[in-house]
Design a protein around this ligand. Structure first.
Ligand code: PLP
Length: 380
């Protein structure tokens, strides 16, 4: 199998498997218990908090563990609104992940105001319109650091600076960026930053929200006092330990892996552009994550190509995994002005630090062959 769908999820690193196995065997105590069994678990929990904090230049006490990126985004937005009851306006980029985008649509339906900030055809945010949208009743502005579908990197630091100046809270969804580019919460200047372990070779179902000291935020679950009351409930210790181990490996790998991933991605991208007439890279003119390319193939139905490639042992996706299965063109490509026909023929390839040169060579052959076959069938 050639796995080129690493923005959906990544394979768990061997060091992560070992850390989680050790934790499962050795630490069954409840981290909230005062006895020695509890304290052993507490130590592992706090070690993981240090590892995750180090990856994003934060202090351990600024990390709140959650069940993943979705919960971190939800906690950030709903928790900020709950802590600022008189502010009922949210601002978001038009290309946010469903964890933000759909939540804001629901908020709108329940009487909040939501302003979506347009992006240009390269996927870059219209900063003037963001600045103009932030009003005294704005509670939170949500801008992702890197887009999951196109890999386009947004100027989240400028968005955070403008938002701060206007007195609102900023959420930066860094779920796709972490592990693929350096992420430093100090340089970003955001109040809240969300991350998810399974996007950087950690386990699924665990993530974190960075909370800048002094940020007003209300927990969305009710129960015990875990995670400073922001996320009550006995911690997913094994998952958290896995996230910590994944963060430590990711930090080490940042020195060389992004360059290698970019080389492989570029090789794949240019071979496809050379071999398939009319192929276009969505967001190709913008700064992008080192591992992602989203290519529109004219005359090809993405869903049909995905199935054909899967039969040949190559895993890719159309836009976001959440959107696949539906024939609705992705809201991200739509916001970038990609025509519905080109959007329906758009495929996302995302490599990881585990992808090899040989895999890319084989994937190129398979994609070119499968695209020609699918185009013939579509045209017939
Ligand atoms: N935010 C972004 C940008 C994502 O790409 C994803 C997952 O694809 C999420 C949030 C949700 O993360 P999780 O799968 O951990 O809930």
């Amino acid at each position: 199998m050639i796995y080129l769908d690493n923005n959906s999820t990544t394979a768990v690193d061997e060091a992560v498997v070992e850390a989680m196995t050790r934790c499962l065997r050795d630490a069954f105590g409840n981290p909230s218990s005062t006895h020695v069994a509890g304290q052993r678990s507490r130590q592992m929990l706090e070690r993981a908090r240090e590892q995750v904090a180090a990856l994003i230049g934060a202090r351990p006490r600024e990390i709140v563990f959650t069940s993943g990126g979705t919960e971190a985004d939800n906690l950030a937005i709903l928790g900020t609104l709950a802590a600022h009851p008189t502010r009922r306006h949210v601002v978001l980029s038009a290309v946010e992940h469903a964890a933000v985008f759909t939540l804001c649509e629901q908020l709108e339906a329940s009487g909040h105001r939501a302003t979506k900030i347009a992006v240009n055809e390269a996927g870059a945010l219209d900063m003037n319109s963001l600045v103009a949208s932030v009003a005294p009743e704005t509670a939170i502005v949500s801008v992702m650091l890197a887009n999951n579908e196109t890999g386009v990197i947004m100027d989240a630091a400028s968005a955070a600076a403008s938002t701060r100046a206007a007195g609102a809270v900023t959420l930066v969804d860094a779920v796709q960026a972490v592990g693929k580019m350096p992420v430093d919460v100090g340089a970003l200047g955001a109040d809240l930053v969300s991350l998810s372990a399974h996007k950087f070779h950690g386990p699924k179902g665990v993530g974190a929200l960075y909370v800048r000291p002094g940020t007003r935020l209300r927990g969305q679950h009710v129960g015990g006092h875990q995670e400073r009351d922001l996320r009550p409930g006995t911690e997913n210790l094994v998952g958290i330990v896995g996230m910590g181990a994944a963060a430590e490996v990711a930090m080490r790998e940042l020195a060389s892996a992004p360059e290698r991933m970019a080389r492989l991605r570029d090789q794949l991208e240019s071979a496809i552009l050379r071999s398939i007439p009319g192929a276009v890279v969505n967001g190709g003119c913008a700064p992008r994550l080192c591992n992602t390319t989203n290519i529109a193939l004219p005359g090809v139905e993405a869903e049909a190509l995905i199935i054909a490639l899967s039969e040949a042992g190559v895993c890719v996706s159309a836009g976001s995994a959440c959107a696949s299965g539906s024939m609705e063109p992705s809201h991200v490509l739509k916001a970038m002005g990609v025509s519905p026909t080109m959007a329906r023929g758009s495929i996302r390839f995302s490599v990881s630090r585990q992808t090899t040169d040989a895999e890319i060579d084989s994937a190129i052959d398979e994609v070119v062959r499968a695209a020609a076959r699918v185009a013939r069938i579509t045209a017939a």
